[in-house]
Design a protein around this ligand. Structure first.
Ligand SMILES: *[C@@H]1O[C@H](CO)[C@@H](O)[C@H](O)[C@H]1NC(C)=O
Ligand SMILES: *[C@@H]1O[C@H](CO)[C@@H](O)[C@H](O)[C@H]1NC(C)=O
Length: 242
């Protein structure tokens, strides 16, 4: 009797050890999250504890993206996230939540949740984690003209447009009152410039997150001996994020 009872105890203990390694689960509700720069992001997970470990055994639990000396760094102690992260833990459903406000492009990273029990060295990290990709609609493009001083008829005139955007923007040039674009791409070259070319030009920068445009005006002047043209750039604020 007693030898077999002893064998049973050993058997149960070995099962328990295996389960304490394999019974952990951190299930992320979404593993890929996209967010626009400046918005608020919400990441959540559900925890399954192994047999024999209870929420009260958990000494610490937090979200991290980086490790230091092999140890995960709590986002709340990372100065880059200072004042922008909130944690919530629901002990009824064993659910964990992370909110990041005012997201930046540098927040694009893999976020993981880790738990540490009060037994030294015992911890579990849900890996792979949640990949956050922060995207950004184009800023107002800046436009420039070359030659930058006065232009004469017959000159070759180059209009250039550029905007900060992530993912990178594409560019389209329009002339005022025209439906079809004059050019696509950052650079629009007008060879053999004439009075017909004067007027307002729009450069539109666009990516999947939105579009915005800026205006450039080419203004004709009549001098004593010849006509010339000046350029004027002004920016129309159009952060058209849908
Ligand atoms: C520019 O990007 C937008 C959004 O990704 C796309 O819909 C559009 O077709 C692109 N235009 C050109 C000229 O490549
Ligand atoms: C440029 O932006 C303005 C302001 O939102 C908009 O009314 C206009 O239609 C845009 N122009 C082009 C060519 O997209």
């Amino acid at each position: 009797m007693s030898p077999s009872a002893g064998g049973l105890v050993v058997f149960l203990l070995s099962v328990q050890v295996i389960q304490s390694q394999d019974g952990w689960r951190v299930n992320y509700l979404k593993t890929d999250v996209c967010a626009a720069k400046g918005s608020e992001v919400f990441i959540s997970c559900d925890i399954t504890y192994p047999y024999g470990i209870y929420p009260s055994d958990i000494k610490d639990r937090f979200w991290f993206t980086k490790e230091k000396d092999g140890e995960p760094v709590d986002l709340r102690t990372d100065s880059e996230y200072s004042g922008r992260v909130r944690y919530r833990y629901n002990s009824d459903s064993d659910s964990c939540y992370l909110t990041i406000t005012d997201v930046r492009e540098s927040d694009s990273a893999e976020y993981k949740f880790t738990l540490m029990t009060n037994k030294p060295g015992e911890k579990y990290t849900g890996s792979p984690g949640v990949t956050l990709s922060v995207t950004d609609g184009p800023q107002r493009p800046s436009v420039s003209v070359s030659p930058s001083a006065e232009m004469l008829e017959g000159d070759s005139v180059t209009l250039t447009c550029s905007a900060d955007a992530n993912p990178a923007a594409n560019y389209t040039w329009y002339k005022e009152h025209e439906d079809s674009p004059r050019a696509s791409g950052q650079i629009f070259t007008i060879t053999d410039f004439t009075a017909e070319h004067s007027g307002n030009y729009y450069c539109e920068a666009q990516n999947e997150m939105g579009r915005s445009n800026s205006t450039l005006r080419l203004i004709p002047f009549s001098g004593k001996s010849h006509s010339f043209f000046c350029s004027l750039t002004h920016y129309i604020n159009n952060p058209a994020k849908e």
